[in-house]
Design a protein around this ligand. Sequence first.
Ligand SMILES: Nc1ncnc2c1ncn2[C@@H]1O[C@H](COP(=O)(O)OP(=O)(O)OP(=O)(O)O)[C@@H](O)[C@H]1O
Length: 238
Amino acid sequence: MRYTIEIDDVVKAYPLGQGRFIAVDHLSLTVGAGDFVAVVGRSGSGKTTLLNLLAGIDRPTSGTVRVADADLGALSESGLAGWRGRNIGLVFQFFQLLPTLTVAENVMLPMDFAKTIPAGRRRERALQLLDRVGVADQADKLPATLSGGQQQRAAIARALANDPPVLLADEPTGNLDSATAAAVLELFASLNKEGRTIVVVTHEREVRAVAGREVMLQDGRIVTSDTAGESPRQGTKA
Ligand SMILES: Nc1ncnc2c1ncn2[C@@H]1O[C@H](COP(=O)(O)OP(=O)(O)OP(=O)(O)O)[C@@H](O)[C@H]1O
């Protein structure tokens, strides 16, 4: 079986004083196409570091990271940026929309970088995506004038701009009230039903209920990897 995500024996170490701090410690993980995985664990357990490795934002100290048919270690920085733009949609806790661009312009930005969609069709696609996530009426406003939930919907539309097979989200509901968080989660669930592979770093119980699988990190290692309905498995290989 081919996996959308396959990371093997990955270590991520940061320099610390005379030594180094191991944020991800000999971690191996496979995620099948169309899976929805919640990554959980205490603060400092390595969740964001793992997500950054999957997005090719960070490179591992050792080990291999394969995502969406690419061996990220084999790509140059510009190769990685191009690959990321086509294959990965990123969603963050604090939305990270550019404040000086309108909502529609924010959604068009990844299309402008990737150039996979002709310039004349980008706004139309942005409006379609904004409609899909329920904020088409906010298209020509600046992000700061939107509610948190509306901003996160717009950020999800931006993540979908180049129709990536993989969505990576870091605490996407962490800054939303519970009703808004539930609506955003529903959106993730429907994007997953369309076949997108989703990895969400979260502290929220609700996300864990929606995801088909939970991976728990502790000190940079996987301590349990649990598919809904299965009993937990121990170990670092999942
Ligand atoms: N650039 C860096 N330099 C040094 N140490 C780092 C760096 N980035 C992360 N770390 C350390 O690596 C460990 C894992 O960090 P990471 O952000 O992945 O944890 P996390 O599980 O996402 O935590 P949180 O839930 O608080 O966001 C932490 O102890 C953190 O201090």
